[in-house]
Write a protein that binds this ligand. Structure first.
Ligand code: ZN
Length: 342
């Protein structure tokens, strides 16, 4: 089969012919129909510091997918041949304190599909069967593939109470864009999206943002305070990882507000803890992956009920062999979600 393989440490990847993997006990073999590129894949492809410390080569990269189960290994019960599936990326131990207290997404023995083991940018992929999420075949395959970042957006947007609230979303990459739609679908009164990229802000608007602010040209702090009668937003969702956005987001969060953080700054951030958190009396929640599997039930329900439309977020589609072009486009930022078809 053809697969995109990180063959050695350093930037780039290669398309190789490799054997079709065989599912072992607890695993399933999936014929991959659609995949989507995540920021993590970009880090691995470009080989940043995190990737250099984490990835063991050679490895097939990629983890967001929609596919069909074509073979199951011994002991697999909850998926069967013919099922259309997506994959939860966090492979957990099921027995640690966190797994046993409903917090498996931050399992103490976590490994990640497509990061710590071969992934899905290939014609076929073997996955831990417990991580496969059987999806409604009436949902488009492209959306099933994007269900995993949809899950991140759901976990982020619904981490606090947003019903009837004003929500700021700093950072309009695919997760931020989708979070706009989730927040609207789930009862936010007003959604304000902030980024510095006009291309992405336009999609955030299509996804349901009531107000978009280009922080490169406008002052988000002044505008958000103006929109909220000087009180600030009830909920702040940080999806950018940019230190300036983190600062502005807390600055414009109302006293007693809720902050959900999923953006990952590249370096430690200097931050006014006293005024932004302590005296503000706000609650801060960190988002790592998806609630397992609460988030997945919500994702499926929102897709089945057509409450969230993922089409505006999917901006480009390539054949698997065009992956270099796709990663270059990712790097440019002039895109939403990019799909790769094996
Ligand atoms: Zn665990």
């Amino acid at each position: 089969m053809r697969a995109i393989v990180k063959t050695k440490p350093g930037p780039g990847a290669e398309m190789l012919d490799v054997p079709i993997p065989v599912p072992k006990a607890g695993e399933a073999l999936v014929k991959v129909r659609t995949t989507s590129i995540c920021g993590t894949d970009q880090h691995i492809y470009e080989w940043n510091e995190w990737a250099a410390g984490r990835i063991k080569t050679p490895q097939i990269i990629g983890h967001e997918m929609a596919g069909e189960v074509i073979e199951i290994g011994p002991g697999v019960k909850h998926v069967k041949v013919g099922d259309i599936v997506a994959a939860e990326t966090h492979v957990v131990c099921d027995v640690c304190y966190l797994c046993r207290t409903g917090q498996a997404h931050v399992c103490q023995n976590l490994s990640i599909f497509g990061v710590d083991m071969d992934g899905v940018f290939a014609e076929y992929a073997v996955a831990p069967a417990q991580n496969l999420w059987v999806s409604d075949p009436s949902v488009p395959l492209d959306w099933i593939s994007v269900q995993e970042p949809l899950g991140n957006a759901i976990h982020t947007a619904l981490s606090g109470d947003i019903v009837g609230k004003t929500v700021t979303i700093f950072g309009c990459g695919p997760i931020g864009m989708i979070a706009c739609s989730v927040a609207r679908a789930c009862g936010a009164e007003k959604v304000i999206a902030i980024d510095i990229n006009p291309y992405r802000l336009k999609i955030a608007k299509e996804m349901g943002a009531d107000l978009i602010i280009n922080a490169a040209e406008q002052d988000p702090v002044a505008l958000i305070l103006q929109e909220t009668g000087g009180d600030g937003a009830d909920v702040f969702l940080e999806v950018s990882g940019a230190p300036s956005a983190i600062d502005q987001g807390f600055e414009t969060l109302r006293f007693g507000g809720w902050a959900g953080l999923i953006g990952v700054p590249a370096n430690p951030v200097t931050f006014d803890l006293t005024n932004h958190i302590v005296f503000k009396g706000c609650q801060v929640y960190g988002i790592s992956g998806r609630r397992m599997y609460d988030t997945w039930y919500k994702a499926s329900a929102l897709l089945r009920a057509k409450r969230v439309d993922l089409e505006p977020v999917i901006t480009h589609r390539f054949k698997l062999e065009e992956f270099e072009k796709a990663f270059d486009l990712m790097h440019s930022g002039q895109c939403g979600k990019i799909l790769l078809y094996p």
